[in-house]
Design a protein around this ligand. Structure first.
Ligand code: SF4
Ligand code: SF4
Length: 261
């Protein structure tokens, strides 16, 4: 291959999309400044709703999608993105687990709740549906958890993907980071903390400041839910209250872990 041909090699086509959520993950990518210039120089950015009003909706090498699927329009859009993207990344807690808006998903009272908030005979421009994570509709290749995502973790994943490498995922819970930071464990003082059940990546920022982990990075697959619930119950909390708290961020995804309690 000649030097000229090498120069003409196409850059990977990337799309960044935002569904229902606070848009904090897209904002976080934009706020990286130096890395952002490198990113825009290294890829062919086809769509980035927060950075450009002129999207190109063609084939993609990698699609990053933030937010939960909460309307019929988003349902159609995620199916369309999946068809066009070779790799799909769920970015942030709402896309990965459904987010706080999914904390009651699956309780069979969706219509009742909708009616309570909006009343009768309301006409929606876009039809709402019960909030769910992306993988309730399509296959997701990689998960980038966080609320919001961590910049370093995000750019490590983006860099690997645009160079065709397999990204590393963080298999450890928040407690692992707590230990590395030599933080005093709140459980030793019989205080509530969800760290053993929650995906790490935030550098245990809350316990490091004396605050409990409330699970905003979402549940970790091999967390010992049963034993941790028993421990928190021994501190005087009811199972109902623990469940309510963990569902705040565990959303729809947490249900499968709670089924066997
Ligand atoms: S404070 Fe919380 S996150 Fe830290 S080690 Fe204890 S249980 Fe785990
Ligand atoms: S709530 Fe837990 S997962 Fe979220 S930032 Fe705090 S320590 Fe990390």
């Amino acid at each position: 291959m000649t030097t000229q041909e090498k120069k003409a090699a196409p850059k990977p086509k990337i799309g960044v999309y935002g569904f229902t959520g606070c848009a904090g993950d897209q904002l976080l990518i934009i706020h990286t400044e130096d890395e952002l210039l490198n990113l825009f120089g290294s890829v062919d950015m086809q769509s980035f709703v927060m950075a450009s009003s002129n999207p190109i909706e063609g084939e993609l090498d990698v699609a990053f999608v933030e937010g939960s699927v909460s309307t019929d329009e988003e349902e159609e859009h995620i199916l369309d993105i999946r068809k066009r993207a070779k790799i799909l990344v769920a970015m942030g807690n709402c896309a990965v687990g459904g987010g706080p808006q999914a904390m009651y998903t699956g309780d069979k009272k969706y219509k009742e709740r909708l009616q309570k908030v909006y009343g009768d005979n309301v006409k929606f421009f876009i039809e709402p549906v019960e909030a769910k994570p992306l993988d309730a509709y399509v296959e997701v290749d990689y998960y980038l958890p966080g609320c919001p995502i961590d910049q370093k973790q995000a750019f490590a994943l983006i860099t690997r993907l645009i160079h065709g490498a397999v990204p590393e995922t963080n298999p450890h819970p928040v407690c692992h980071e707590c230990k590395l930071n030599e933080t005093h464990c709140l459980l030793l003082d019989k205080k509530f903390c969800l760290g053993p059940l929650v995906a790490g990546g935030c550098d245990s920022v809350c316990p490091s400041h004396g605050l409990p982990c409330v699970g905003c990075w979402g549940p970790i697959e091999d967390g010992n839910f049963k034993e941790h619930f028993k421990l928190l119950e021994s501190f005087g909390m009811s199972k109902k209250e623990i469940t309510r708290r963990i569902k705040n961020y565990g959303g729809h995804k947490i249900l499968q872990y709670l089924e066997n309690l």
